[in-house]
Structures are given as structure tokens and as C-alpha cells.
Design a protein around this ligand. Structure first.
Ligand code: Z5A
Length: 212
């Protein structure tokens, strides 16, 4: 009998919503419960493509907007074989940002439609669950000043948030909204209630294709 696949769980949200904190906590909790799990993050700055993206985000280089969008997508596609292998091995992947960030950030720039932005990521492994960590800008500001990377301004983050709201209307994706203004444990507990059903579903259904 084929082994049961792992679940693909994505955490999304605006800047400082706590995605990285919660991805780490979730992986730790899953491991403690005896469930094989690993964290991934996008962009993955360790690859050759990821290094181009990293230099762009750090404002060490400039890239044309369509080009950088395609690089972010390519950075996901280059990791698809690794993701599929791990999922087939029964490892659950907890992913810090995915194609939804790709679409939300580029489509917040002038002249980009959601449709155009979604195309390059069509067919990626479809997450079994996407949790959006909801945090308003005033609460995010309490968590510290913006850093120095590209996109870290309040006007741009507001536009990104609006694009996420549009993406969340798509019922083909299993979205859950989490109140990220709670303390770290409170957010973690909410996340854990949402993942209860995901494993059964993942084990009984093949991995889907995003936006297809
Ligand atoms: N981008 C793109 O344009 N296209 C794409 O396809 C993709 C991404 C995938 C990557 O940034 C940038 O690339 C990002 C989107 C764009 N640009 N922006 N903005 P990154 O992934 O390297 O870094 P980040 O995602 O921007 O990190 P973040 O959003 O700033 O942080 P976070 O992961 O959501 O939060 P955190 O690191 O867990 O916590 C932030 C702080 O809040 C920290 O001090 C914590 O201790 C604190 N924190 C966390 N949780 C709480 C709670 N519950 N209460 C109080 N304080 C908390």
C-alpha cells in the first residue's frame, strides 16, 4: 500500500503578522506529536534564483517588475520536486509565504492585474490549507518599525493587504483567517484547531494543482 502523503500547510499575511514565529511553533508541535514535519519559506534565498531575489529585496540590485515576479515564481517551481518528494514521504510541510504573497505583492504595483500575476504559479502543488494571519497596520506598527527592505512601507503594505482580501474570495483555496493580534500562544492555539481535519483530508486525497 502506498504510504500516506504529508499535508501542505501555508501561512500567509502581511509584514510582521508573525508568520515565521508561528511556522516554527507549528513544526515543533507536530514533531512533538510524532508527525514528521518540516518548515520551508519563500523566497528561499539559498538558491541561485533566491540570491537574485535577496539582492533585489535588500535594494542591492534593481530588477524590472515583471522579471522579479517571474523570479519569485521560478524560486517556487525550482523547489517543487523537493516538496513533492517530502510530501510523498509523509512529511508535512509548513510553508512561510507562497504564491499568494507573490500575487499580492506584485499586483499591488501599478499596472499589474491579479490574473497576470497568478499565471506563472498555476499548477504549483496546491496547499491543503492556507492560514492568513490577519493583523491591522496599527497593531503591526507596535511590533517595531519597518525594516530597510523593499516593500516595507505602510502604503505599499496596505495595498498588499487589499490584494490578499481579493485572493481570499477564491473558494477553490482552503483559506482560514486567524486573528494574529492575539499573543503568540493564542495564535498558535487557533492554528492548531484549524489543522485538525487537514491530515485526514490530505491522506485521503491526492495533492492538487493550484488555480487549476
Ligand atoms: N515577496 C514577494 O514580493 N513575492 C513573493 O512571491 C514572495 C515574497 C514569496 C520576503 O520577506 C519579502 O518578499 C516580503 C514579501 C515579498 N516583503 N515584504 N514585506 P521575508 O519572507 O524574508 O520576510 P517577511 O515575510 O517580510 O517577514 P515579516 O513579514 O516581517 O515577519 P513575519 O514572519 O510575519 O513575523 P515574525 O518574524 O514571526 O515576527 C515579526 C515580529 O513580531 C518579531 O519581532 C516577533 O517577535 C513579533 N511577534 C510575532 N508574533 C507576535 C505576537 N503574536 N504578538 C506580538 N509580537 C509578535
Amino acid at each position: 500500500m502506498a504510504s500516506k502523503r504529508g499535508a501542505l500547510i501555508v501561512l500567509e499575511g502581511v509584514d510582521r503578522a508573525g508568520k515565521t514565529t508561528q511556522c516554527k511553533k507549528l513544526v515543533q508541535a507536530l514533531l512533538e506529536n510524532g508527525r514528521p514535519a518540516e518548515m520551508m519559506r519563500f523566497p528561499d534565498r539559498s538558491t541561485t534564483i533566491g540570491q537574485l531575489i535577496s539582492a533585489y529585496l535588500e535594494k542591492k540590485s534593481d530588477l524590472e517588475d515583471h522579471t522579479v515576479h517571474l523570479l519569485f515564481s521560478a524560486n517556487r517551481w525550482e523547489l517543487v520536486p523537493v516538496m513533492k518528494k517530502k510530501l510523498e514521504q509523509g512529511i508535512t510541510l509548513v510553508v512561510d509565504r507562497y504564491a499568494f504573497s507573490g500575487v499580492a505583492f506584485t499586483s499591488a504595483k501599478p499596472g499589474f492585474s491579479l490574473d497576470w500575476c497568478m499565471k506563472p504559479d498555476e499548477g504549483l502543488p496546491k496547499p491543503d490549507l492556507v492560514m492568513f494571519l490577519q493583523l491591522n497596520p496599527a497593531e503591526a506598527a507596535l511590533r517595531g518599525q519597518f525594516g530597510t527592505e523593499r516593500y516595507e512601507t505602510s502604503a505599499f503594505q496596505k495595498a498588499v493587504h487589499e490584494r490578499f482580501e481579493q485572493l481570499m474570495k477564491d473558494s477553490s483555496v482552503n483559506w482560514k483567517v486567524i486573528d494574529a493580534s492575539q499573543n503568540t500562544e493564542g495564535v498558535h492555539n487557533d492554528i492548531r484547531t484549524h489543522i485538525l481535519n487537514v491530515f485526514n483530508e490530505a491522506q485521503n486525497t491526492p495533492l492538487g494543482e493550484l488555480w487549476r
